[in-house]
Ligand binder design. Structure first.
Ligand code: PLP
Length: 383
């Protein structure tokens, strides 16, 4: 019904992902957007909005708010008061505003590494200290090390930044893990900032995303949840996302921290969000199934390459976290670019020895990338 195999040429659209390698034969598999067209219903709604021709300042329509409240209940069993929702033009903005809104300068923020780079920079931009706690890793399987977490907490820890589903290791954390994490934060009076932008992209059958704020009202009262349709429906360039803050005082501080700095969302972003969440569940399901096919292809191909590459089991996201420690590559990204594949260096995520591959693309392109990687590694082995 939806054709994710369609060849869509993104060159010449100023795409950040594709422009990086403009004029070079390198398949871009780095920044996290997908090469698929957005759902047809979204495209049609935007077409009609364009025909109207007036693009003035725009508010979140009551229909959009109803749609989001309905979606949170339908998908996650989360009853949200519309007043708890704050709209933002981006979730990186949300991470940074959260750091400014919680605690004071000189306080500490904990996060689990490796992690999406803005988690590492946001505390510093807000003059907070960053406490990095390494996830436990065994053969590229990742989990939260609670002993390490407890040992790392400082008296000035005011904020815990959680990424779930986790970029880049692909974990969808279990209810039990989240429960323990919430207990850890509540016991220390630390606010939880939960970036759940990838929650619509759980690809492992049987796995279920649990918004940490749904664990109970006490947890909800100390949680700032960040969500957006941008990853799931491939709308990143339209800049529409939202934050859910049940606690009034926390919400007040958040609004104060963003006042006068953060612009409004634009009319296209709002409209796309409304249509995506309301009318595009069938598209999302088809996408998830396609992405699972891509993930399975990768999981099969990588270990067969020379160099002992292995991929973390991707439960959610379209991002593969690939262990290259045994391959002995000093500059892995340069090596794979030379081979014609553009990956992202794990060091950016505080994950040296790994690269991240974005498999949100048509399967034939992924197959070609895998072929190029295989050839390059074989050539290297053969000297
Ligand atoms: C965990 C996470 N948060 C936030 C973002 C970006 O959000 P935005 O484009 O809305 O700033 C990304 C994009 O890759 C992400 O992976």
């Amino acid at each position: 019904m939806f054709d994710f195999d369609e060849v869509v040429d993104r060159r010449g659209t100023s795409s950040e992902k594709w422009e990086k390698y403009r004029g070079r034969d390198i398949i871009p598999m780095w920044v996290a957007d997908m090469d698929f067209r957005s759902p047809p219903a979204v495209i049609e709604a935007l077409r009609q909005r364009t025909a109207h021709g007036v693009f003035g300042y725009t508010k979140a329509a009551p229909e959009l708010v109803d749609t989001v409240v309905g979606m949170l209940d339908r998908d996650w069993g989360w009853r949200v008061d519309p007043q708890w929702i704050v709209w933002l033009p981006g979730l990186v903005t949300g991470l940074n505003v959260t750091c400014r809104a919680v605690g004071e300068e000189g306080d500490d923020v904990i996060t689990l590494v490796p992690v999406y780079p803005p988690f590492l920079s946001a505390p510093r931009y807000s003059r907070r200290g960053l406490v990095r706690v390494a996830l436990h890793e065994e053969a590229n399987h990742w989990s939260i090390d609670f002993d390490r977490l407890r040992a790392a907490a400082t008296p000035r820890t005011r904020l815990f930044m959680l990424c779930n589903p986790h970029n880049p290791v692909g974990r969808v954390f279990d209810r039990e893990e989240l429960q323990k994490l919430a207990e850890f934060c509540l016991a220390r009076g630390a606010v939880i900032c939960a970036d759940e932008i990838h929650c619509g992209l759980v690809i492992e059958p049987g796995k279920r995303h649990v918004p940490i704020a749904t664990l109970g009202s006490e947890v909800a009262q100390s949680t700032i949840t960040l969500m957006a349709p941008s990853k799931t429906f491939n709308l990143a360039g339209l800049g529409c996302s939202f934050v859910v803050i049940p606690a009034e005082e926390l919400r007040r501080r958040f609004l104060q921290a963003k006042a006068g700095i953060v612009p409004m969302v634009n009319p296209y972003g709002y409209l796309a969000a409304e249509v995506a969440y309301r009318d595009c569940e069938d598209w999302r399901r088809a996408l998830v199934s396609y992405l699972k096919g891509n993930r399975d292809l990768l999981a099969e191909a990588l270990p067969q390459m020379f160099g002992g590459l292995s991929m973390a089991p991707v439960e959610g996201t379209y991002l593969a976290w690939i262990d290259i420690r045994q391959a002995g590559l000093d500059e892995p990204v340069g090596f794979f670019e030379e081979a014609g594949v553009g990956l992202q260096d794990g060091r950016e995520f505080d994950g040296p020895g790994f690269v991240r591959l974005n498999f949100g693309c048509r399967r034939t392109l992924l197959q070609e990338a895998l072929r190029r990687m295989t050839v390059a590694l074989k050539r290297r082995r053969d000297g």
